[in-house]
Write a protein that binds this ligand. Sequence first.
Ligand code: IPE
Ligand code: IPE
Ligand code: MG
Length: 243
Amino acid sequence: MKEATLNPDRLPRHVGIIMDGNGRWARKNKLKIAMGHRAGTEALREIIRNSSDIGIEALSLYAFSTENWARPKPEVDALMSLLLEFFRSEIDELHQKNVRIRILGEKDALPPQQRLALIAAETRTFDNTGLKLNIAINYGSRAELARAARLLAREVAEGIRLPDSVDEAAVAGLLYTAGLPDVDLLIRTSGEMRLSNFMLWQCAYAEFVFPKKLWPDFTLEDYHLCLAEYQTRSRRYGKREEE
Ligand code: IPE
Ligand code: IPE
Ligand code: MG
């Protein structure tokens, strides 16, 4: 296995991960789909721990999209159970590691047990100052942007905001990611090269890396290779590169 050499001074501040490939992993290993998702949560633990250890500021993980409700009910149920299990088993350690958990997405549409566990995790870790761990659940970037527009429209209608004050900062401030830096590095596993409605606004200038491995096979070494790849990129933000 190739070892990545990382420059600790050039780590991305915000890493986004689209954890894709659980279904194909299950099929490849002749297992039920739920086992693929379970294997996916194992891969997740290490990446979260390590991100906290190496000093990544924010990590955003795509766990369940607004479109994923359209999957067969047994699969959705399995994902919801795993979600609960994950929070119950990890919350103590994450809290101990000073991790601040934030849920991106519409919690109201989730089953009550899940909703309460997510709210409890957010409340308990609210004052933590370590890794900002964002988990996108029932998240869709278009829904997030529409929600921001709705909140702004309401403020204008109530007379507490002037239409001309609606600028980029005003929109960003009403996204689930308010106060966080933009995504610097976006990783999507399994070889798919699309955003699937993940952080369209926040990824405006993100660097993209598309490792071929399926999410349950994605190791810490693979993660570090992505971080190393990020460190080779030249980020110009539309400007002329310095001579
Ligand atoms: C990603 O794995 C996990 C979720 C979408 C919840 P998939 O289940 O999408 O895996 P593939 O794409 O079918 O292999
Ligand atoms: C995106 O993956 C959602 C998550 C990883 C949670 P999907 O597997 O749902 O996306 P598509 O359908 O391949 O675009
Ligand atoms: Mg998929």
